[in-house]
Write a protein that binds this ligand. Structure first.
Ligand SMILES: [Zn+2]
Length: 155
């Protein structure tokens, strides 16, 4: 991080701690070149989240895929679409606030199941039953296609 006082690029982090909102990390920095001290806030950006699959493979987090799997699980359930949107945003916020950009697919699955369980049991069971096979298959596209109810038409 460049020093705002003298422009030196090589500044040091003296202290890191979660900010009060717990979605950012507050870092106190010191510039050895000019002695300047300043504070930065680090937030997780959605586009920077990386999914670590159980095989160890890394893949950029894709909100669209997450949404697709949740909407399939929720298909034909009497749940207000707005509520589903809120749930998806809530899941993404939770992922962002984990404080780490690398997130295992297992953690994502667990958070999704937890959220689904709270609003619709049927959707939860649909998701959870496929999710267990998915853990072994480690292939999200396969996961989504298995989750799709028979006869359902691709959007
Ligand atoms: Zn400086």
């Amino acid at each position: 991080m460049r020093c705002p006082f003298c422009g030196n690029i090589d500044t040091q982090v003296k202290d890191s701690r979660p900010a009060e909102d717990h979605v950012s990390i507050r870092r106190r920095r010191f510039c050895p070149a000019c002695g300047g001290r300043f504070t930065t806030y680090e937030r997780v950006q959605l586009r920077d989240l990386v999914v670590i699959k159980s095989s160890g493979k890394r893949e950029d987090f894709d909100r669209t895929k997450l949404e697709r799997s949740i909407r399939i699980a929720m298909q034909k359930r009497p749940i207000d679409p707005e509520r589903i949107d809120q749930m998806i945003s809530g899941i993404v916020r939770r992922l962002e606030s984990l404080g780490d950009t690398d997130i295992s697919s297992k953690v994502i699955g667990e958070i999704v199941m937890e959220s689904l369980a709270r609003i619709d049991t049927v959707a939860y069971v649909r998701f959870a039953s496929v999710y267990k096979n998915f853990q072994a298959a480690d292939d999200f596209d396969k996961f989504v296609s298995e989750l799709r109810p028979a006869g359902a038409v691709e959007e």
